[in-house]
Write a protein of this length. Structure first.
Length: 277
């Protein structure tokens, strides 16, 4: 059984219990808080007992949440949630700009928010490079029932974007067709197109038993952003015919906010070396 409390009637001041629908003194109907059943008057914005908003008006709250990998060049989602904790519907508007280096304008126009409901909007953007970023605080404007405009200001969101290496791998042969007594050179090209250095790069040519290879294990301590390096593998055929093989490259990515270093692997397209007698 719920505990009952005596509280003054908002019409005459006589103490009434929470289960009384009408005042036993003035016999007027008592408006009550939906949460705690305390008597409230039309002049109250908040319940005098529990503090919940009780006025017959809208009351909007807004917050922004970031979703994504926090990596440069990766798409992120800014989710703006607008919640009406009031007791009347309204329309709201907001406009703000994520500053450089993103420079993205965010708009929410004439969003209808019913009493007790939450509306979410998602905005997609791509941080171009590593660094500290900020989603600025912004004002959410809306109108009360009689046309008076009011607003609620959000908190800024600060976040860090990490860099990530993006390695491209390509190969070419000095000659695509050689004689059995000759030797071919395989050139392995690596370029870092990302926003952070790659560490401990290793590549290996996975050749068949019919094809002898030298210097297939190559280690680079790092490959900086926009840096390009080329490795060479010497190939000597043992038999004539078609020889099919590939190159695999492994490298280490730097730690990020969400995880430690990772080892990534790339494979080249199939490479064909034709050998004639």
């Amino acid at each position: 059984m719920n505990q009952q409390y005596p509280s003054p009637c908002p019409n005459c001041g006589t103490n009434v219990w929470d289960n009384e629908e009408q005042c036993h003194n003035c016999h007027k109907y008592i408006e009550r808080c939906k949460r705690c059943r305390a008597p409230i008057s039309s002049k109250d914005d908040n319940c005098p007992r529990c503090g919940v908003f009780v006025a017959d008006e809208p009351l909007l709250q807004a917050r922004s949440v970031l979703l994504g990998d926090m990596l440069a060049g990766r798409e992120m989602i800014l989710r703006v949630a607008v919640r009406n904790i009031g007791n009347a519907r309204t329309e709201c508007n907001y406009t703000f700009t994520i500053p450089e280096p993103i420079d993205e304008e965010i708009k929410g126009d004439e969003i209808v928010v019913e009493a007790g409901s939450t509306i979410e909007r998602e905005y997609h953007f791509v941080p171009p490079r590593p660094g500290q970023y900020v989603i600025p605080s912004f004002e959410l404007f809306y109108k009360k029932k009689h046309g008076e405009e009011t607003s609620n200001k959000t908190k800024p969101v600060n976040f860090r974007i990490d860099g990530v290496p993006i390695i491209s791998l390509s190969t070419d042969l000095s000659e695509s067709e050689i004689r059995l007594v000759d030797e071919a050179l395989l050139f392995v090209h690596m370029k870092n197109k990302g926003t952070s250095s790659a560490k401990n790069l290793r590549f290996k040519a996975f050749t068949p038993p019919t094809l002898s290879s030298r210097e297939t294990h190559v280690v680079l301590p790092s490959l900086d952003v926009d840096e390009e390096r080329t490795g060479v593998v010497k190939l000597r055929p043992l038999f004539d015919g078609e020889h099919l093989f590939e190159v695999r490259l492994q490298y280490q990515t730097p730690p990020t906010q969400k995880s430690g270093p990772k080892t990534e692997e790339l494979s080249s397209n199939n490479i064909i070396l034709q050998v004639k007698k």
